[in-house]
Write a protein that binds this ligand. Structure first.
Ligand code: NAD
Ligand code: UD1
Length: 351
């Protein structure tokens, strides 16, 4: 049950960009289940048009996700104007492949930065003064964990990382210029899938990220997992990351939204880390997967991957205290739901 502390006399209407994507779809579910009015947009470049139906199946409430590209400023402004009384925006739409961003930087700046600038203009035209933005722990580079929000932002090691930093600067400037309320959420490693196995991550082509690579190997789409380096200065020699369940992450967006709509974002622009506070090595992730799936994973050790930091995990005290949010799921649940999703996908593909 949603309790409005924001003095709005009606249910807040929230625009979600990238609503059909991995994190966007899970957030759409949480928003609907909490009683918000939700409007989604996506250009379906990295997602399926069927996601809206899957979300509706989970929540029991019909929903549409409009095909809008945020690079098309005219269409975006018209879309926002058409949906009057939007109270806030949650902005997920972006490209996210680090390697591809190195190869095609302009594509990344155009979409991630240009698209965000268009969105801010569309918001300004329509007097929408609240946004929650998807940022990344990549802004901290190689830092001593646990990493809190006072950790300095480092020079980005990829165009993708740089787009996140530039967007944060753009949002800060927009706050200074017109008082836009901004919360930037710096995600650590989002993994897992919805308990229903109706929505999850849909990597295009060969996955870059560890968890989809593991589940695709187990289902037989990939021959074996290559562990990138086992000579790191960590207890088992493999890199350490902070894997956060996508449903926990989605719920944090609701908390951030509530906080902002309740006028608690006194700074106007603020950042929060979202992780579990616990680091897990690549081998621990593989072990958790094998335990919950009962599968033995084909795995080899390979060389280190360029650009990987040795270990990173979050200090999330700020989000815990200010937003009243904490994670509820552990690594095994992440792997169990990711595996259920991979199996459900295989069934859908074989139909
Ligand atoms: P995703 O690719 O699954 O979702 C992004 C969605 O945005 C996709 O459905 C895509 O089709 C859409 N999109 C892309 N460009 C668009 C455009 N021009 N117009 C309209 N829609 C567009 O990615 P995700 O994992 O859900 O990530 C969501 C956000 O979180 C992104 O901004 C990403 O950079 C950020 N993030 C993700 C991770 C992660 O590991 N998944 C980590 C840190 C930050
Ligand atoms: C990567 C990106 C990061 C981005 C995040 C979410 C890099 C250097 N970093 O983070 O900017 O925000 O994805 O999209 O690309 N691993 C293997 N074998 C694999 C795949 C991964 O051993 O086949 C290891 C990696 O070396 C790493 C860990 O698994 O130690 C996690 O990798 P990944 O899922 O790609 O996430 P990050 O590298 O943390």
């Amino acid at each position: 049950m949603l309790i409005f502390t924001n003095n709005l006399n009606k249910t807040p209407k929230i625009l979600v960009t990238g609503a059909a994507g991995f994190i966007g779809s899970h957030t759409m579910v949480e928003l609907q289940q909490a009683g918000y009015q939700v409007i989604g947009l996506d250009n379906f470049e990295n997602s399926s048009i069927h996601v809206a139906d899957q979300i509706s199946s989970i929540t029991g409430t019909p929903i549409t996700i409009e095909n809008i590209d945020i690079r098309n400023k005219k269409a975006l402004i018209a879309f926002v104007q058409q949906h009057k009384d939007i109270h806030a925006v949650i902005h997920f739409a972006a490209y996210k492949a680090v390697g591809e961003s190195v190869q095609f930087p302009t594509k990344y700046y155009e979409n991630n930065v240009g698209g965000t600038a268009n969105l801010l203009d569309a918001m300004a035209v329509n007097d929408i003064n609240s946004i929650v933005f998807s940022s990344s722990c990549t802004v901290y580079g190689e830092a001593n964990p646990p990493v809190d929000e006072t950790t300095p932002v480092q020079i980005a090691t990829s165009p993708y990382g740089n787009t996140k930093q530039i967007c944060e600067e753009l949002l800060r400037d927009q706050n200074r210029a017109n008082g836009l309320n901004v919360i930037s959420l710096r995600y650590f490693n989002p993994v897992g899938a919805h308990d229903s196995a109706l929505i999850g991550e849909l990597p295009l082509g060969i996955p870059n990220n560890l968890v989809p690579f593991i589940t695709q190997t187990a289902i037989g789409k990939r021959k074996q997992l290559t562990v990138f380096g086992n000579d790191y200065p960590t207890p088992d020699g493999t890199c350490i990351r902070d894997y956060i369940h996508v449903v926990d992450l989605a719920k944090a967006h609701l908390k951030a939204l509530e906080y902002q709509l309740a006028g608690k974002n006194q700074l106007g622009f603020d950042v929060f880390n979202l992780g579990t506070g616990k680091g897990s090595s690549v081998l621990e992730v593989v072990a958790a997967f094998e335990k919950v799936s009962g599968q033995h994973l084909n795995m080899v050790f390979g060389p280190r991957r360029a650009g990987d930091v040795v270990q990173v995990y979050a200090a999330c005290d700020k989000a815990n205290k200010a937003l009243g949010w904490k994670t509820e799921r552990n690594l095994e649940n992440c792997m169990q739901t990711a595996w259920a999703w991979e199996q459900a996908l295989a069934k859908m593909e074989n139909k």
